[in-house]
Write a new protein. Structure first.
Ligand code: CTP
Length: 417
């Protein structure tokens, strides 16, 4: 998912301390989070905590920042509003459309989807007034998460407990994804992910540390944006994404066959897999014995085909090729130069430069990339979760495809060759 501008409203209930977990999870997922607590919420959780965790200033006062029309600006900029906890009082105010504090104004000034996580005592939750307010909010399209059934603040238990932060975050992001643009609808996107393995014998292989997380995140993101996705999966360490046509491969030669088949007629091919450049010249039918070599062993390797270069140098009109460059180069300028050279050498339209190392890139949930476009210039940089990086890469795919489609149309109109 592209990074979103998310407002987290916190109202004055004891569960406010758990809202810190909601803010943290959204920030770690790469979103820009603005916390708007009510005065009551600040009795339960401190402003410095909210500012530190959200990495943004926190305001509550309607009469501060009047010159910048803050009460309207925050709401207008929001892609999503999450209110957790939502007390009985705040639910009543939302249902009536009251705007006597910054949060109330923010909600009224926004067209973003609203997700609320009620938290209160069971009697208050069951009260007909609260139930009527919830019905009003549901009819207005608000997503209500919970409340859960369980131990409440006192000794009592029942429905009224705020849902756990991870449940609220998942529901909120799902709601945002459902309203996200389907800008890849009708496009066929092929993604390779994972790392190839080149067998030496029935029990050993030459492999690499790619987990497949970034490629899978791209496949998932493309699916969420409406694409018809084929995922060529090389030894993934993560679950297969839902809704994609997954083709499992292991070696570079198998990956080459699968991607060449899938690329026919595809709109986009994204080569996120780490492909072995060499494979053992001979694969032993039986397990190699350690005393086969006296004191040491020499492996003879033969070169694997460069799959991306093969696609890039063959005619591929109408198929946008995106390659990756995994580089250990520490210097930024030299890293970019390597990326630019790799894009040209391989005939890729777009190249995503990714620094890797002992502690960077592989298996982590975060990534930092520089994206180089068709003219060799930096189109964008991205840093965040592999999912948010995936969306940034797809934003580039969409904009480069649109630009080339417009360019092709203009060429037709002007009759040039
Ligand atoms: N790639 C490929 N076939 C190969 C090797 C790499 O298609 N035999 C693709 C990868 O999927 C990636 C891009 O080429 O999209 C760059 O891969 P990378 O490992 O960074 O570069 P190499 O081509 O292997 O070059 P080097 O190892 O010398 O940096």
């Amino acid at each position: 998912m592209s990074p979103l501008n998310i407002v987290v409203g916190i109202t004055g209930g004891i569960a406010a301390y758990k809202a810190v977990g909601v803010v943290r999870a959204l920030v770690l997922a790469g979103h820009d989070v603005h916390v708007v607590p009510t005065e009551g919420a600040l009795r339960f959780v401190g402003r410095p905590t909210l500012e530190a965790i959200s990495r943004n200033p926190v305001h509550t006062d309607l009469y501060e920042g009047v010159a910048e029309v803050r009460h309207v600006a925050i709401g207008q900029a929001a892609d999503l509003i999450v209110i957790a906890p939502a007390t009985a009082n705040s639910i009543a105010k939302l249902a009536t459309g009251l705007a006597d504090d910054l949060l109330g104004n923010t909600v009224l000034a926004s067209e973003a989807p609203v997700v609320i996580a009620p938290a209160m005592h069971t009697e208050m939750w069951r009260h007909p007034a609260t139930q009527a307010n919830i019905a009003t909010l549901l009819a207005r399209g608000v997503t209500v998460v919970g409340p859960a059934v369980g131990q409440l603040t006192g000794a009592d238990s029942g429905p009224g407990r705020m849902e756990e932060p991870d449940v609220i975050v998942a529901a909120a992001l799902e709601r945002a994804a459902a309203t996200a643009p389907h800008d890849l609808a009708g496009r066929r996107v092929v993604v390779t992910a994972g790392g190839t393995r080149e067998p030496l014998d029935p029990v050993r292989f030459l492999g690499n540390r790619s987990s497949g997380k970034q490629g899978v995140a791209i496949a998932e993101a493309a699916r969420a944006r409406g694409a018809d996705v084929t995922l060529i999966a090389a030894n993934l360490e993560v679950a297969h994404p839902a809704g994609c046509d997954v083709r499992q491969v292991s070696t570079a030669l198998e990956l080459q066959q699968a991607v060449t088949d899938a690329a026919r007629g595809a709109d986009v091919v994204i080569m996120a897999a780490a492909v072995a450049d060499y494979r053992p010249a001979d694969v032993s039918e039986s397990k190699l014995k350690k005393d086969a070599g006296e004191g040491g062993m020499t492996l003879e390797l033969v070169r694997n085909p460069d799959i991306l270069a093969g696609l890039g140098h063959a005619p591929h009109d109408g198929t946008l090729l995106v390659g990756f460059a995994a580089e250990t180069e520490p210097d930024d300028e030299r890293l970019l130069a390597l990326g630019r050279a790799k894009r040209e050498a391989k005939g890729a339209d777009v190249l995503v430069v990714n620094r890797v190392g002992w502690t960077e890139g592989f298996a982590s949930d975060e990534n930092r990339v520089v994206v180089i476009g068709p003219d060799g210039e930096i189109v964008t940089r991205a840093h965040g979760t592999k999912s948010s990086v995936a969306h940034v890469i797809l934003d580039v795919v969409v904009s480069v495809s649109t630009t080339s489609a417009v360019a092709a149309d203009t060429t037709k109109e002007h009759g040039t060759t």
